[in-house]
Design a protein around this ligand. Structure first.
Ligand code: IVH
Length: 668
């Protein structure tokens, strides 16, 4: 076989695999093998540059950047579509079509309306010679070098018997996954990100440097033809789509022949339901009269064919004015900025509020009150403010500033290092956090009020019987019996359980307060270190930081919590109601029983994890070290101890088994 033949064979082979991969979505060989073929071809071509042709699969990228795009005249104009927004509009369209054709039944092809950019590709004798944007419909920009970089656009049509001239019309788009990946890459490289896949596709296709386009994840779906020469056309649009596909052009799998209005509507509903799972954006469906003969009989009115119509989905994005930014307090105290909007119809509903996520997002997007903003409402998700139009910003637009006090209860707000959320610190008092605070307070590891479950808490709050945890202690059986499904006996039991919970431990009580990031272990540590609630409430940051398990964030949360007068009032009321615990002052601060002792833990414990054992020992003042030395006071040894055990015995360090450990810890 001579070189020319080998090269041609390789090209055919590669083109076939491109088709399998990009058009049929059914690759026959693994990527590495494909790369191998491409490399073989590159090697042959570099030895014989005279044999390189423009349609070779090696020639997609490489063109030099342009100073400006040239213009290409469309031999047949690229038309636009009339729009329908309701079933009535579709019924009216069908009536116009049937009346003009004087026919009762008209088959249509229904297709998704792709949200990208229309392009026209020209093939001469099966070779891609040019690509153009729609432009004004008569002429567009010459983007040949760019379309050549799009892998799903064949440089040469498959098979023989292709028209001598074929203009293919289609939509270039960017997949959603490709868009997400591109934006992530842009962000990483400190470059600008794109608002949506359509803008990204437009920006990528209209690059003067085709090497940039080549790096963008673009693809095409073909949906029609323009000029076709020296070719016997099929009778139907649906057949034409099939031919395009056989020539190696990518056609959406979603098209369908429909025969009447109800099938049209059914198709619309099915595609709309699928919309969120498709990997590309669509903004409606298109109906086209299937028979070319009927299309020709119908003709055009001002740039739009009478034989086709777009039935648009409700717009997912709209413009409106941002009238104010309010702060909403969530049930766990998180403050979320919410946009108050001039009412706008988007995604099939009137929207007056949208989320702005958090303070950082507002700064990053530079959104100000008074701005014209882009609102997006997609599917079931909460509407969001996407961006602000800087060019429409009024001079008096107000930049956003986060509140310093909770709008619901007036408590201070806190934003921990490394977090984007701002939170209210009035956990015990804040109306927004009421239900959660009471549920937590009553939970098993907190004051363990048996029978006070989530549903009951909801009812107590909704009936305004309880507005904070201290109110629980003045509930009586008559009040409780007003509630749903609450009999005399359960009411009595609950009053008793509430009463019983008054006798608790300081650790449980601290945990029950629901201070952010103060879990059980930290509460225990705090109780053991401070001994008294009043000392803890006044503790300095330094004193808090000296407690094992307490870092700067937890220390800040604790101080912020106890600084709030409202929280202090609730705590005082709880104590007045009789909530009490054993005074641990004897153990506190200087008096910790294990102060000055160093322990090492090894092996597996049954009753607790090693971390829990460590926290408990530390709470009693001990140091817990990772390795045994002559200074070690005791080795806590569970099952299957390791080399630490041998070392400890050889150094004569006391060995403490789990039983002994529990005795030490229970000395409380
Ligand atoms: S047919 C005469 N089919 O919608 C037919 N267009 O509003 C004209 N579009 O410029 C186009 N998906 O960019 C057709 N399946 C589809 C389409 C589609 C998206 C775009 C195309 C066109 C615009 C017209």
């Amino acid at each position: 076989m001579d070189i020319r033949e080998r090269i041609n064979k390789l090209r055919d082979e590669i083109n076939k695999h491109n088709y399998q991969y990009y058009v049929l979505d059914a690759p026959l060989i693994p990527d590495v093998e494909y790369d191998h073929l491409l490399r073989d071809l590159q090697a042959l071509e570099s030895k014989h540059p005279e044999l390189i042709t423009a349609d070779s699969p090696t020639q997609r990228v490489g063109a030099e950047p342009l100073a400006a795009f040239g213009t290409i005249r469309h031999e047949l104009p690229m038309l636009s579509l009339g729009n329908a927004f309701s079933e009535d509009d579709i019924i009216a369209f069908h009536r116009r079509v049937t009346e003009r054709l004087n026919a009762t039944e008209v088959p249509y092809v229904a297709e998704p309306k792709l949200d990208g950019l229309a392009v026209s590709l020209r093939y001469e004798n099966g070779i891609l010679v040019s690509g153009a944007t729609r432009g004004d419909g008569n002429s567009g920009e010459d983007i040949t070098r760019n379309v050549r970089t799009i892998p799903s656009i064949p440089l040469r049509l498959l098979g023989t018997g292709t028209p001598s001239v074929l203009e293919v019309r289609g939509e270039v788009y960017m997949s959603r996954s490709g868009f997400a990946a591109l934006n992530q890459r842009q962000r990483k490289q400190g470059e600008k990100t794109f608002v949506n896949p359509r803008n990204a596709a437009a920006g990528s296709l209209r690059q003067l440097d085709p090497k940039v386009t080549a790096q963008r994840p673009l693809a095409i779906f073909c949906y029609g033809v323009g000029v076709v020469q020296d070719y016997l056309m099929p009778q139907r649009h649906s057949e034409m789509l099939m031919r395009l596909k056989n020539w190696g052009l990518r056609v959406s799998e979603e098209y369908r022949v429909v025969n009447n209005i109800s099938e049209c509507i059914k198709y619309y509903n099915e595609i709309e339901a699928k919309r969120d799972i498709l990997d590309y954006d669509i903004d409606g469906v298109v109906y086209k009269v299937d028979l070319f003969q009927q299309q020709d009989a119908l003709g055009f009115v001002s740039r739009a064919p009478r034989w086709a119509i777009a039935y648009k989905f409700p717009a997912q994005e709209a413009l409106t004015t941002l009238q104010a930014i309010d702060i909403q307090v969530g049930r766990t105290g998180a403050l979320t900025p919410v946009a108050r909007l001039k009412p706008v119809f988007v995604g099939g509903a009137t929207i007056t509020n949208a989320t702005l996520h958090n303070e950082d997002e507002i700064q990053r997007k530079d959104i100000r009150v008074g701005d014209t903003v882009v609102i997006r409402r997609a599917g079931d998700v909460i509407p969001e403010v996407v961006s602000a139009l800087r060019e429409r910003r009024p001079a008096d637009a107000v930049p956003f500033e986060m509140v310093t006090a909770c709008p619901d209860c007036g408590s201070d707000v806190i934003r921990n290092k490394g977090e984007s959320v701002v939170r209210c610190t009035g956990g015990l008092y804040c109306p927004a956090q009421r239900k959660e605070a009471i549920k937590h307070f009553a939970s098993r590891k907190a004051l363990d009020i048996e029978g006070l479950g989530d549903k009951l808490v909801d009812q107590l709050v909704e009936h305004q019987l309880v507005s904070n945890v201290a109110d629980l202690y003045s509930l009586n059986r008559d009040q409780l019996m007003e509630l749903e499904r609450m009999g005399e006996k359960s009411a009595d039991n609950l009053v008793k359980a509430i009463n019983d919970s008054k006798s608790t431990t300081l650790a449980r009580f601290l945990y029950a307060l629901g201070i952010r990031e103060v879990g059980e272990a930290t509460a225990l540590s705090l109780a053991r270190n401070f001994g008294q609630l009043s000392t803890l409430m006044e503790a300095s940051e330094e004193a808090l930081l000296s407690v094992p398990d307490v870092g700067p964030v937890v220390a800040a949360n604790i101080r912020a919590f106890f600084r709030q007068d409202h929280n202090r009032e609730v705590i005082e009321r709880l104590e007045n109601e009789g909530v009490h615990w054993q005074d641990l002052t004897e153990f506190s601060q200087q008096n910790l029983p294990l102060k000055g002792k160093t322990f090492v833990i090894t092996g597996k414990l049954d009753a607790m994890t090693r971390d829990e054992a460590k926290a408990c020992l530390q709470a009693l003042g001990a140091k817990v070290s990772g390795s045994v030395s002559s200074k070690t006071d005791g080795l806590v040894a569970g099952h299957d101890p390791g080399s630490k055990y041998t070392r400890a015995t050889s150094l004569g360090v006391e060995i403490i088994d789990e039983k002994n450990l529990l005795t030490i810890l229970n000395k409380e």
